[in-house]
Design a protein around this ligand. Structure first.
Ligand SMILES: Cc1cc2nc3c(=O)[nH]c(=O)nc-3n(C[C@H](O)[C@H](O)[C@H](O)COP(=O)(O)O)c2cc1C
Length: 199
């Protein structure tokens, strides 16, 4: 099949788009509002977009609390969502007022960050402290449809739990990161193989 999403219906029972580029890592983003309220929400249009120096991005469909806080305070933290934390991650995606602390709602403890004021998820094995770099609005070429906004962050601190470092490398089987597939589907990464590059 082929369809042009600008003008043609896909003709399937459900929109296939989010099932096509998979798996997507889940950026579980914690922020503080200008009045100091903690906020936590998952974003699966998320990725690392540069290695050295490291940068990350997530995209917000509308100016949600996370984006507003990131813009207001100039910082955010990306926590890794793991298989163990899937229930809490899902609970934190509820649409709630900016004054609601999703850490409390999801029964999560906060831990302090080093270089930003926003808290991180204590139980998450990886947390990435970021300062806001830029916000990019994606608009269609003919300018008629404004899509999501991409929030880009420069990484200024990285927490890794000692328990997931084995012989100097991160052990993915211990971390068991959760990733987003299409529809309401998820997967857990717990199988790994290595492949050398051609010389
Ligand atoms: C696994 C998962 C991934 C999500 N990814 C996104 C995303 O990439 N962009 C987005 O705008 N919303 C996404 N959402 C929805 C937000 O988490 C939800 O709208 C949330 O209430 C936003 O919270 P906030 O207003 O505190 O930022 C996702 C939800 C789930 C459960």
């Amino acid at each position: 099949m082929f369809y042009d999403p600008r003008s043609e219906p896909h003709g399937l029972a459900h929109n296939p788009w989010t099932a096509l580029v998979v798996p997507r890592p889940i950026g579980w983003v914690s922020t503080l509002s200008d009045s100091g309220d903690a906020n936590l929400a998952p974003y699966s249009f998320f990725n690392a977009v540069s290695g050295n120096p490291p940068f990350v991005m997530f995209s917000s469909a509308g100016r949600k609390d996370t984006q507003r806080n990131a813009e207001t305070t100039g910082e955010f933290v990306v926590n890794m969502a793991t298989a163990e934390l899937m229930g809490a991650m899902n609970a934190s995606s509820a649409v709630l007022g900016p004054e609601v602390d999703e850490f409390s709602l999801a029964g999560l403890e906060k831990a302090q960050c080093h270089n930003v004021s926003a808290p991180r998820v204590s139980a998450s094995p990886v947390a990435i402290e970021c300062v806001l770099n830029q916000v990019v609005t994606m608009t269609t070429r003919n300018g008629t449809r404004a899509a999501s906004q991409v929030i880009i962050g420069e990484v200024v601190g990285i927490h890794i739990a000692d328990e997931v470092i084995v012989d100097g490398v991160l052990d993915i089987r211990k971390m068991r990161p959760l990733s987003r597939l299409g529809y309401m589907d998820y997967s857990v990464i717990d199988e790994v193989f290595a492949m050398d590059r051609p010389s």
